[in-house]
Design a protein around this ligand. Structure first.
Ligand SMILES: [Zn+2]
Ligand SMILES: [Zn+2]
Length: 419
């Protein structure tokens, strides 16, 4: 395993400006509210810069939720500058804290405990600044979304397909305003006072390790222990993304909470009737399993004889899964690929046990083609970094944002980049 290295760069000492591409904008219509300067740029783009702090602009038609069933067109209003490229691409150049306020507001509920909101603001800010540093260094690696490695496993005598996914980087701006990056709607919706307080009181604060801003990650629910970086992404050892047990000294697991009030206060659109996430169960019929595996991997293994975890990360997430079929076998990884292949959308996590059932719902015998596979799982998401439900439960029990971040990001420190 290689050490996780990035070229050392001086840390930013002033608030960065984020370039947000408004990809859903229909045409280039825009309305200015207040005074704006107008300047043609050497690259042919037109830059409209606000001349007063409260100046803003509206894009009357922005398509949101592109590709989702709730796709619709709405007007959106933004602070900051507007750059219109010659081909019509519109980019909002906005101060990082303003951007953060908007994305944390659309992701988090205002009713969540404020120390949890502060911890989240710091995690999101750290991720964002680490992403800017990586992207702006012209590191070509960030432009690919799927990384695939195909090899042959001598022991199992079959092919192994290892795949992991990165956020696909944009080339002409840092982030898009759609869900592909993080939903950003400018100032179209008022930020809640609680989120505003959390962002304001942590202004410029990031997680840092060894003089660099941490590439901080988070997921919904670790399921009992957090996962290491290499189970979800490249084979790198990231010192501040180690597996930690998500429990207090008495063994109480933070994210095992069944406090419906707390869950409803933190999760947007949380459905109280939805099945659990700390512990959950899914099942696939033989036909579904064979069809999904063939469709998603492009390899027809025939009937599925067994699904056997070959290795697991420290949280119990399966990172290599042996799919044994009547015609062919293959090994798949990493965690997201396994979740993707075994479900029409995604399994909640790859921390599962597989139970193969034969006739009469009895455990399938060796060599028998099972009729059904049951996945008995825990956790929701990749499990790396901060566990959102665990962090909110810690805050609800009185923990401050510093001890929450200390718990999930081992050895990282909090530093203030700018005031
Ligand atoms: Zn994007
Ligand atoms: Zn957890």
């Amino acid at each position: 395993m290689t050490a996780y290295t990035t070229t050392r760069q001086p840390l930013p000492d002033r608030e960065p400006v984020i370039q947000a591409g408004i990809l859903g904008a229909v045409g280039t219509r825009h309305m200015l509210h207040g005074p704006f300067g107008r300047a043609e740029q050497p690259d042919g783009s037109l830059l409209l810069t606000p001349l007063s702090a409260d100046a803003s602009f509206t894009i009357p038609e922005v398509r949101i939720g592109i590709g989702f069933h709730w796709e619709r067109i709405e007007p959106q209003r933004f602070h900051g500058a507007l750059r219109i490229h010659p081909d019509g691409l519109m980019v909002n150049e906005v101060a990082l804290e303003e951007y953060l306020l908007s994305v944390v507001s659309s992701e988090m509920k205002a009713t969540a405990p404020v120390e949890f909101l502060k911890a989240h603001a710091i995690v999101s800010r750290s991720w964002l600044i680490a992403m800017l540093e990586k992207g702006r260094m012209g590191n070509g690696e960030t432009s690919h979304s799927a990384h695939t490695r195909i090899s042959f496993d001598e022991e199992q005598d079959c092919r192994e397909i290892t795949r992991w996914y990165d956020r696909e980087a944009h080339t002409r701006f840092d982030v898009c305003t759609d869900d592909h990056c993080q939903r950003y709607q400018g100032i179209s919706r008022a930020a809640s006072p609680a989120v505003e307080q959390a962002v304001r009181e942590t202004r410029g604060v990031v997680l840092a390790y060894d003089g660099k801003v941490c590439d901080a990650r988070f997921s919904k629910c670790c399921g009992g222990a957090t996962e290491e970086y290499s189970s979800a992404w490249e084979d790198a050892d990231v010192p501040y993304l180690r597996s930690v047990s998500d429990t207090d000294v008495e063994g109480y697991c933070f994210c095992a909470t069944d406090d419906a009030g707390l869950l409803a206060s933190i999760l947007n659109g949380y459905d109280l009737d939805s099945p659990g996430f700390h512990r959950w169960e899914e099942s696939l019929t033989q036909d579904d399993a064979a069809t999904l595996i063939a469709g998603k991997t492009g390899i027809d293994v025939g009937a599925v004889v067994s699904l056997r975890p070959l290795s697991r990360g420290k949280s119990g997430r399966v990172t290599r899964l042996l799919v044994k079929g009547t015609k062919d076998s293959l090994i798949i990884g990493k965690e997201l690929e396994i979740r993707r292949v075994l479900s029409p959308s995604h399994l909640k996590s790859s921390a599962f046990e597989v139970i193969a059932l034969g006739k009469d719902s009895r455990p399938a015998k060796d060599g028998q083609v099972p009729e059904r596979f049951i996945f008995s799982g825990r956790g929701w998401g990749h499990g790396v970094g901060m566990c959102q439900i665990g962090a909110a439960a810690m805050a609800a029990r009185g923990a401050g944002h510093k001890s929450i971040l200390n718990h999930y990001f081992t050895d990282a420190e909090l530093i203030t980049l700018y005031r």
